[in-house]
Design a protein around this ligand. Sequence first.
Ligand code: ARG
Length: 460
Amino acid sequence: DSNKLWQGRFAGTSAKEVDVFNSSISFDHVLFEEDITGSIAHANMLGQQKIISEEDVHSIVNGLQGILKDLKSGELAFDPDAEDIHMFTESVLTERIGDAGKKLHTGRSRNDQVALDLRLYVKKKIIGIKEQLLQFEEVVISQAEKHLHTIMPGYTHLQIAQPVSFAHHILAYGQMILRDINRLEEVMDHTDVMPLGNGALAGTTYPFDRQYVADQLGFSEVSANSLDGVSDRDFVIDTTYALSMIMMHLSRLSEEIILWSSQEFRFVELNDAFATGSSIMPQKKNPDVAELVRGKTGRVYGNLQTLLTMMKGLPLAYNKDMQEDKEALFDSISTVTLALSAMIPMIDTMNVKKERMREAASKGFINATDCADYLTKKGLPFREAYGVIGGLVKYCIEKDLTLEDVSLEKYQSLNALFEEDIFEAIKLETCVGKRNIEGGPAPEAVAKQLRQLKRKLSRF
Ligand code: ARG
């Protein structure tokens, strides 16, 4: 292809293999809208600064709007032989409007152009994912509201530890997602910087009005250093990191859902629409969505690693290595978007089996801490009380009893401080209800947590 925009300096043409290797249009075509919007803002600025004529601006802007419309409708197809989306739109523009099209790239480089496009794209996608996270929070909140009094075992080391409520448990994910939303806001701040005017690396000699470009495109600041402006991909890595954290949270919840839907737990049953069967075992109902979310977390982490490694050896300013930022970023964005869109309705429609949770919570001496606390509150030092209850648990295991089964006489033979009210003290409802500390599982405390979470979310 001897029609390359940069052909002038070359006597020979590039090898076919090089064209294929170099080309990024197969993946960066998704930037077409940002590329065109950015070019329109640039052209308007060139006109305002009298660098090109108003007629040229007019035909460039009309031409670009036509290209955008035709790409959206499918009337215009991406040329797989174009080097990248930037070369593609510029060539089509010149084909369509003639000489005026050749003025668009005045004072601009693909280096600041691609940085701009990517920032516009990331900003758009962050807004979309934040929207999804807010929907996730709604679903978490609605499950929590239904289950303030649903007692379930809380675990450490996956061993039954102390009773909590399902509301409290699911709201732990509500807090994680809240942090994820805040993290995306921070990433948004880092992304909200306009690089046009940085040129290839050393700015431009034309009298650009960079702020005017920033204003048209909704950026709150312009980049402060041209070398950094064209080669900064921190915002891509920040985004991929924030997406990794989201996947990590979704993956932990997925792991719990996988456990909870097992025969051994039976804490939840997934709606048929969010489970799959086996081709051979007729009895099966598999939590594939949750498993895939857990599995896909690996590739999102991998993308973060790809980007950190890709950037670490790059001298200033732009290097072609940076073209590799796109597939990693795009893959993380689409993976998280898809994972959220499957998980949100899955959690929403998940049937929580209160009785099973209650039954599981009544095993494993889940109220042993409360039993020790009972003695402590009557004056016995905690460490001594701990010893008494340790002995009692051992006795119960030998006799196959729960703490509720033990007679008052037995309790009193272990320690004279035990009275009839011990049975009330070790009821699961008491164990949960008395943990009415800020951040605790008591229904009252969880109701407060819910109110605070909703208030924090209302800011977005
Ligand atoms: N396709 C390139 C990328 O994604 C655009 C910038 C290319 N600049 C250059 N001077 N080759 O990074």
